[in-house]
Ligand binder design. Sequence first.
Ligand code: FAD
Length: 418
Amino acid sequence: MIPGNLDDDEGDESRADASGEIRLPATLESSGPVPPKAEIVIVGGGVIGLAIAYYLARRGLTDVVVLERGYLAEGASGRNGGGIRQQWSTEINIRLMQESVDLCRRFAVDLGVNVWFRQGGYLFLARSQKEVARLQKNIDLQNRCGVHTKMLEPKAAQEIVPELDLRGIVGAAYNPTDGILFPWPFLWGYARQAAAHGVRIFTQTPVSGLVPQQGGGYDVVTPRGAVRARRVINATGAWSPQLAKLIGVDVPTYPIRHEICSSEPLKPFLRPMVSELSSGLYCSQSMRGEIVGGVTLPGHGSTYAMGSTLEFLATYARRLVRLMPILGDIKILRQWAGPYDQSPDGNPILGAAPAHPDFFLACGFVGHGFMMAPIVGKLYAEYLTGDKPHEIFSRYTLGRFSDPALAGQHEKEDFNIG
Ligand SMILES: Cc1cc2nc3c(=O)[nH]c(=O)nc-3n(C[C@H](O)[C@H](O)[C@H](O)COP(=O)(O)OP(=O)(O)OC[C@H]3O[C@@H](n4cnc5c(N)ncnc54)[C@H](O)[C@@H]3O)c2cc1C
């Protein structure tokens, strides 16, 4: 079975197998025609599309179809590090992440799936006074928002991670309630619960056309037929510009390859996610003991290529061993890459596209779409079911990039690290 694919659950309804065990009804549909119409079609079966689908269904809007061209978790959502943090540089992102962390904490109970969420904190390390000043500025803002991040002397950072080599480290920021989780069950949780509430999720179903209808909405064209949708949500991550282009909308995001790797499992020793500002190195220890981490490489430009490079492995190994010499002998078992959907100001793009009131965007999440999915999914569902829109829908519009009157909304998020 392909990781992240639940197709083997397919069947028409709950049933007991030979052992008497009750099986769940179908979660995914990978064959057969798509339905002729739906109130909302969500294109993209990543964490953003599925979170929106789940929260819509929870609010009673179940006439929803998700169309995924491959398998669930095929895009960035199945390739990320599972880091969840509240250490950001803008108030809006800090506040969003406070709520997302709450939702992550309740995820297992609310959705009935263990996502291995562990709040071991995030420890950001500075190698210059300039970096310390940058951390301090963020910490002041985070503290004002009620996130209890602290500035630490190097020795205090070493009390949290004794394996750190402190040479060159001049300070650290630590928030104990940040954490990590295991991305795949998170997606499965949303998919299963959305489907259990009536959402239909189609895998192996690429959208190749959007035909505007008189009076609003679109025919959403796939090889398995077309769905006439009142509203369409573009949740195709790094491929969002391509989908938007089908109706002539320009989305200014672009794909950046981000590489990551995972080691053999080690005895648990590392509680927080550790991240070094100067190199963009980050690593955490999963609940299974693997060290999962990445590092920033000099720009290779925009690309959809998702191959792995030796340059990444060599850079990561050098940076990691400089920081934690004890890791010099570990074996890397797996290396992969995924696309960041990079937006010009580091923030997502949300709400209806200008002049296209039935075409909604949920893209541009750069390296933090996973952690934002719970709160963005919830707020999006509230908005689409008639609640007063949260300020993210006036602030994170597509129009902010072209309309001078909205230029003030360009509050750049400059802490897209680790
Ligand atoms: C290596 C790496 C590490 C990361 N680490 C973190 C982290 O620690 N924490 C964090 O919060 N975020 C992290 N991220 C970012 C995070 O993974 C993304 O922001 C998030 O997964 C985006 O979700 P999405 O649903 O928007 O996009 P995706 O998961 O990419 O989903 C989009 C889906 O749309 C589908 N699609 C595309 N075109 C079509 C079409 N025409 N028809 C139908 N379907 C289509 C694709 O197949 C894909 O499945 C990381 C990303 C990478 C690559």
